[in-house]
Design a protein around this ligand. Structure first.
Ligand code: HSE
Length: 307
C-alpha cells in the first residue's frame, strides 16, 4: 500500500473527573487525512483545507508526530500528508490530537504495522507537546485505541482501554470562541487539597466501574469535577446554565470537553442525547451565542481507514 485515507476522530478529554488521564473518541465528527509514501526520508505536509494551519513540518502537529515515528523506524523513505481539517483548533474536542494520531496511525498502516498502539500514542504525544506545551495523552489515546481510555501512568506510559456501554451517547456544543489549551492550563492551580483529591478519585473510580458494568446511574453520579471545572468554567459562556438545562433535559452528566470551550454531556440513548442537544441549543440561542453542536455515539474503533 502506497497511500491511505483515514478518518481521525474528535475526542473528549478529561470527561469531568479524569483530568489528563481519561478520554473518549467520537463518531460523528473528525478530520480526514491522506498519507502517502515518498522516497525521501522526510515528512511533507502538502495541503491543508478547512483551517489556516502551518504547512511547515516542524510547526505542524502531524509533522512533528510523524517525525517522531520516522526516527524510530527503519523505513528509509518518508511521507506526504494532506489534511481535510474539520475540527476547529481551540475547540476542546482534540483538534491537534486528531491530526497527530491520524498521521502516525496511517503511517503505521503503510509500513505494515511495525508499531504498537502504545508506541503510536507516544509518537502522537509529540504533536500534543507542540500544540499545548504538555505531552498529554488523554486525547491521542482514545483517538488511537477508540472508546474510552485511561492513562494509568505517564512514566512509564500505561494506557488502559475501557469498555463503552452500548447506549451511551455524547452531545457536544461548541460556542464559537477559541481557547488555547496552553492558556487554559496556565490558570489552573498546581496543588489540590486532600479533601478535593478524595472526591475526585472517588468519582474517577466510580466512572470507570460504571463503564465496565454499564451502570448508567453510577456513570452519572461520577461525572463530577471538583478541581478543574470550577476554574475553567468562567471562560465559557453560560456554562452553568448549559449544564443545569442539560441535566434537566435528562443528561447523565455534563462538563467541559478537554480544555474547553466545548461542553459535553453523556446520555443514555439517542433520544436523551437529542433532548440535551435541544436544551443546549436553546440556552445559547436565548443569549445569542453562536455555536456548533454534535450528537455522537462513542467511537469504539478510533482512527480508521476510509474507502
Ligand atoms: N487534559 C487536557 C487539558 C486536555 O484539559 O488541558 C486538552 O484537550
Amino acid at each position: 500500500m502506497e497511500e491511505i485515507k483515514v478518518f481521525c476522530p474528535a475526542t473528549i478529554a478529561n470527561v469531568s473527573c479524569g483530568f489528563d488521564v481519561l478520554g473518549l473518541a467520537l463518531d460523528s465528527v473528525g478530520d480526514e487525512m491522506v498519507v502517502r509514501k515518498i522516497p525521501e526520508k522526510e515528512i511533507r505536509i502538502t495541503k491543508i483545507i478547512g483551517q489556516d494551519l502551518p504547512l511547515e513540518t516542524g510547526k505542524n502537529v502531524s509533522g512533528v508526530a510523524g517525525l517522531a515515528l520516522l526516527e524510530k523506524s527503519d523505513y528509509d523513505g518518508g511521507f506526504e500528508i494532506e489534511i481535510d481539517k474539520r475540527i476547529k483548533p481551540g475547540s476542546g474536542i482534540g483538534s491537534s490530537a486528531a491530526s497527530s494520531a491520524g498521521a502516525v496511525w496511517a503511517m503505521n498502516e503503510l509500513l505494515g504495522k511495525p508499531f504498537s498502539k502504545l508506541e503510536l500514542v507516544q509518537f502522537a504525544m509529540e504533536g500534543e507537546k507542540l500544540a499545548s506545551d504538555v505531552a498529554h495523552a488523554d486525547n491521542v489515546a482514545p483517538a488511537i485505541y477508540g472508546g474510552f481510555t485511561l492513562v494509568r501512568s505517564y512514566a512509564p506510559l500505561d494506557i488502559v482501554p475501557i469498555p463503552t456501554p452500548d447506549e451511551l451517547f455524547a452531545t457536544v456544543i461548541h460556542p464559537q470562541i477559541e481557547i488555547k489549551t496552553s492558556d487554559s492550563r496556565k490558570i489552573l492551580k498546581t496543588t489540590i487539597s486532600l479533601e478535593k483529591g478524595i472526591k475526585q478519585w472517588g468519582n474517577l473510580g466510580g466512572l470507570v466501574a460504571g463503564l465496565f458494568q454499564s451502570d448508567y446511574d453510577l456513570i452519572g453520579r461520577s461525572l463530577e469535577d471538583h478541581i478543574v471545572e470550577p476554574i475553567r468554567s468562567i471562560l465559557i459562556p453560560a456554562f452553568d446554565d448549559i449544564k443545569t438545562n442539560a441535566m434537566d433535559a435528562g443528561a447523565l452528566g455534563c462538563g467541559i470537553s478537554g480544555s474547553g470551550p466545548s461542553i459535553f454531556a453523556l446520555s443514555k440513548g439517542e433520544n436523551n442525547a437529542q433532548n440535551v442537544a435541544k436544551s443546549m441549543e436553546e440556552t445559547y440561542k436565548t443569549i445569542g451565542v453562536p455555536f456548533d453542536i454534535h450528537i455522537s455515539k462513542v467511537n469504539i474503533h478510533g482512527v480508521k481507514k476510509l474507502g
